[in-house]
Design a protein around this ligand. Structure first.
Ligand SMILES: NC(=O)C1=CN([C@@H]2O[C@H](COP(=O)(O)OP(=O)(O)OC[C@H]3O[C@@H](n4cnc5c(N)ncnc54)[C@H](O)[C@@H]3O)[C@@H](O)[C@H]2O)C=CC1
Ligand SMILES: O=CCc1c[nH]c2ccccc12
Length: 287
């Protein structure tokens, strides 16, 4: 399955993240661990890097792309803006500079939690400025992250449509906010999943999807992570994962050659629905 953006560009699946373990906002020193993990990810075949201003790892992305020797046009690079949302043009230029790039494939408003009062800019104005940046050709596609339906509705009459909404999605959180996945899919907005593999991490392990995923892993001769990532993709959603472990980088990327049946997809849906687990924004979204 491929995901095609409004520009006609296709997004490689899965994406490789640069947040989670690696936040280091405010520290300008290049973190070799992050560079090495990214170079390794690019060498094993990832062609989609998920960055963000707030992770503080944009410079590491730039160094890793250069060190990998892979031509820029063969790598899909996402950036996200926040908290420097008050001046999107300046934030975008800083991101390009840190990443040593002259364009981004995708630029997202990282979260909807700002307004004129808190950050001196509204969602509508920020979106308008991103649209102008897109028209310069320095950004190929634009989108959002962590947006609920009400946030997306604010942009529904904008000239530039929202291409993508990157949200928390996994068997234990199938709707970050009520109805969001259905709404996006019905309105042609690609859904991108962060934390897809959290059911396997210590924080959420031992839940009701474990036996289903283990059974399917044995049936297909795959590992549990591959089963969950396949489930995400078969739900029509693009997963983004992170790992510094080369073996995991390889298995998380090796998703071809098998397909879950629709009954198996539903089995994971149903088992996952028996438990609720949220890693981010719990204080904003009351379940
Ligand atoms: N837009 C947003 O607000 C957010 C975006 N992100 C982006 O998404 C990326 C992915 O998010 P993650 O939380 O790292 O997702 P993930 O699903 O890759 O990782 C979740 C947990 O699963 C573990 N894991 C990964 N592969 C595994 C495997 N094969 N077996 C067992 N455990 C495994 C990881 O160590 C981590 O503890 C981030 O690096 C970042 O780029 C992450 C959080 C919020
Ligand atoms: O991207 C992951 C989570 C995160 C951490 N800090 C912020 C600020 C704004 C949006 C998302 C996040």
């Amino acid at each position: 399955m491929t995901f095609t953006l409004p520009s006609g560009a296709t997004m490689p699946v899965p994406g490789f993240g640069t947040g989670t373990k690696w936040y280091k906002s405010g520290d300008p020193t290049i973190d070799r661990n992050v560079v090495d993990a990214l170079v390794s990810a690019l060498k094993v075949g990832y062609r989609h890097i998920d960055g963000a201003e707030v992770y503080g790892t944009e410079a590491e992305i730039g160094v890793a792309i250069k060190e990998s020797g892979i031509p820029r046009d063969q790598i899909f690079v996402t950036g996200k803006i926040f908290p420097k949302i008050a001046n999107p043009r300046a934030a975008f230029e800083e991101t390009l500079k840190l990443m040593q790039l002259d364009y981004l494939d995708l630029y997202l408003i990282h979260a909807p939690f700002f307004d004129e009062k808190s950050h001196g800019i509204s969602i509508e104005t920020a979106w308008h400025i991103l649209s102008e940046l897109k028209s310069t050709g320095k950004i190929k596609d634009i989108g959002v992250s962590n947006f609920a339906i009400a946030d997306l509705e604010r942009l529904k009459d904008a000239k530039e449509k929202v291409a993508i909404n990157q949200i928390e999605f996994n068997p234990y959180l199938q709707n970050q906010t009520p109805g969001i996945v259905d709404y996006c899919q019905k309105n042609g907005i690609i859904v991108e999943a962060y934390t897809p593999l959290i059911p396997l991490a210590p924080a959420a392990k031992g839940g009701p999807v474990d036996p289903v995923v283990n059974k399917l892993a044995a049936k297909y001769g795959r590992d549990p992570g591959q089963i969950i990532l396949k489930w995400v993709i078969q739900r029509g959603i693009l997963p983004v994962t992170t790992s510094a472990n080369v073996a995991r980088q390889k298995t998380n990327l090796d998703l071809d050659g098998f397909e879950l049946t629709s009954e198996e997809v539903k089995e994971i849906d149903d088992a996952g629905s028996k438990k609720h687990f949220r890693s981010y924004w719990g204080h904003k979204y009351i379940p």
